[in-house]
Design a protein around this ligand. Sequence first.
Ligand code: AMP
Ligand code: MG
Length: 433
Amino acid sequence: LTTSRDETTRVLIEVAEAQSFVHQWLTRLSPVEAPLADALGCVASESVDAREAVPGFDNSAMDGYAVRSSDTTDGAVRLSVPEAVLAGDVASAALAPGEAMRIMTGAPLPVGADAVCMIEEATVDADGAHVVVPRPMGRGENVRRAGDDVVVGDRLVDAGVVIGAGLVGVLAGQGLALVSVYARPRVGVLSTGHELATDAGALRPGQIRDSNRPMLLALLRRSGFEPVDLGTVEDDAREIEGRFREGAATCDAVVSTGGVSVGDADHVKHVLTALCGERSRTMRVAVRPGKPFAFGVTRDEGVPLFGLAGNPVSTMVGYELFVRPALRRRAGFTDVERPRVTAVLDVPLERQKDGKLQIVFATAGVHHDGRVHVTSVARAGSHLLNAVASANACVPVPDGPGFAAGEVVPVMVLDADALFANGRADTDTAAPT
Ligand code: AMP
Ligand code: MG
């Protein structure tokens, strides 16, 4: 492998340029027929139309007495009760004039009945043989009509829609066990670095623990992808190449950390060049942290390989800016970016001018004024993972002097649920006086 010093002299490229280099090579994964439970969170690749009406038959919305409404027009009418019908059963006979059938919620309405009197309204004889319906019942009262929710032919799923828990229920309600979705990307993760300890034992001098691989596996799972642990590997070009080949053969993408900078043991970028040729690029992205970034798509399988910088906060930024959007695109999402909201800065966000976009991890919450506030920001430092671990948002701060407290700025939301938890935690200081 050649030692190209190209990237040391090349200018910084904008985040958007790096993203579009990645995106130009990406193909959507093939659709699969997935079992409903596995399809949760996946993107539908085909529309689905209803083949069954729901409800499938007129049925009772209440536990009570099925009646002919015309029998009850005088109110306080006494009717005989020939039988009871439970959900899942069918009455043995039609309802004759002068009769009321005891009926449970979900049971089919007997032929002849067109209303149900709630059990709470009816007065029944001790032997259950007669019931008094106290008032005139309206036609259709407490009856759920066939096709109320779904009519045969209704469009239930549009291609491109994300399958949520409710849709899983709707499709199950059609008797469907499978749904066509874009496959959930299987993503291999490997850590590179001679310094990484491979077990939980005592560290040798100079050794560190591997934070990135468990973190990336967790980030991938949280994003709805299927993480695949490819382990750790030494700073050895041949070993790294072997591990990437294994990942490319078995996964839909591979993410590595470490070895993409300009150090003497930084082999990942050369391996990506070897595996991907023209379709790879080693970049210096105008972002802090996360400047070194290598990307390629394998010649053989067309599998994207992401080489993220090894500092844990750089890894996190690389994941958010490059990996997650790319994998969402592979998974068929059209909306691939983190949602952005505008937020009030309760703290200043000063920075030095250095030609880069700075990504600042922050704690944000919805406060009593109904707006999102950024209440604290993490200390900057690509090695300070603990400092950013509890952040639920990122503030992209463009090159320049930064922001003053009170400014309203766009914020990337990493954890929307936490926006509300953080608001509650801040109740006292945020309450209007
Ligand atoms: P590199 O990108 O290989 O130059 O690594 C940059 C910094 O990140 C070095 O201080 C590494 O020790 C550290 N680092 C690399 N990989 C990991 C990892 N898996 N977990 C924690 N720190 C790491
Ligand atoms: Mg290294």
